[in-house]
Design a protein around this ligand. Structure first.
Ligand code: SF4
Ligand code: ZN
Length: 311
């Protein structure tokens, strides 16, 4: 089939009539590459503005794994704030030490920051915790994501602190956020939905922001493709063990059959947050008695992990 006939067969963009690259089922629109990119940029700006995720004077540490979401996040934030004198962007990459996977994404991250001229800080598990994730796991591969998640969180904070950041931006998209809501429900950990982990840090930790939280994964992937920024990278070998993988496939199926499912899950979280506001939701941030980091109990997850598995 010739490119001309393919062009003719693609549905037309609802806004300009050019060949569409995506069907936004939640808005019943077809969009071409230009209008999809503009729409995503606009919605990210709205999220940033409505939640005051980035304000003048901020130094934003952008968590850059080199994968598609963080690549899209840095590209968008650079487009929005790259020329601003009153906002600084610093990319922070965590190298967990995952053989056959992380090398390629770290290279992709380095290539991107070089092209954009963005400052870049890399923090490795080896430097912070004495070993790579591959070594730390040592037979606990089935728990890889829980262990990695705790260590990554700390490594990102260390990177953001080194950057002198006032905000830590991560590339979590709508799919990730909706999956987290469902996973918390499935684990019976409803309170985690309303835990005070966002902007209101009371100066105790660097507030985390998620500018892509209302953008679907497929919108991000399509944006990268039309901008020539798509790179086929390997998947983390430990992802097969994650509950998230199963939840992801169930939710994708539900979203396809019932468009808007993910957004409705996010609305449920908002409803629960609002209902618990001023009650037990915004759990008081305590201090870990061992390391002094902010935590919700007596001892933080990292110190618990140190006791249970690390030297
Ligand atoms: Fe870490 Fe799991 Fe993500 Fe791999 S998939 S980088 S182990 S959290
Ligand atoms: Zn601790």
């Amino acid at each position: 089939m010739s490119p001309e006939s393919l062009r003719k067969e693609a549905p037309a963009c609802s806004l300009c009539g050019e060949p569409a690259v995506i069907h936004q089922r939640q808005t019943s629109r077809y969009l071409c590459g230009t209008h999809l990119t503009a729409d995503v940029g606009h919605r990210v700006s709205e999220t940033i503005a409505s939640q005051q995720q980035v304000v003048p004077g901020d130094c934003v540490a952008v968590a850059l794994s080199g994968g598609k979401d963080s690549t899209a996040l840095l590209l968008i934030l650079h487009r929005l704030f790259g020329s601003r004198k009153d906002i600084r962007l610093v990319a922070v990459t965590v190298d967990e030490g995952i053989g056959g996977y992380r090398e390629a994404t770290v290279r992709s991250a380095q290539d991107l920051v070089r092209r954009l001229g963005v400052e870049h800080i890399t923090v490795s598990f080896g430097e912070l915790f004495g070993d790579s994730l591959d070594t730390i796991l040592n037979g606990r591969e089935s728990q890889a994501c829980s262990i990695c998640g705790i260590l990554r969180k700390k490594a990102l904070v260390v990177g953001a602190e080194r950057a002198g950041a006032t905000k830590l931006a991560t590339g979590h998209n709508l799919d990730d956020e909706a999956q987290s809501v469902l996973m918390n429900v499935l684990r019976g950990d409803l309170m985690r939905l309303v835990r005070n982990s966002g902007m209101d840090s009371g100066g105790r930790f660097i507030p985390r922001v998620k500018p892509l939280m209302y953008i679907q994964e497929k919108e991000i992937a399509t944006c990268l493709m039309v901008q020539g920024e798509w790179e086929d990278l390997p998947e983390c070998p430990y992802a097969v063990h994650a509950l998230r993988r199963e939840v992801r496939s169930i939710l994708s199926e539900l979203e396809y059959r019932h468009p808007g499912t993910m957004l409705r899950l996010m609305q449920s979280r908002k409803t629960v947050e609002t209902a618990f506001m001023g009650k037990t939701g915004g759990e008081p941030v305590g201090t870990c008695r061992e390391c002094g980091d902010p935590c919700s109990g007596d001892i933080c997850q990292l110190c618990q992990l140190r006791h249970s598995i690390m030297r």
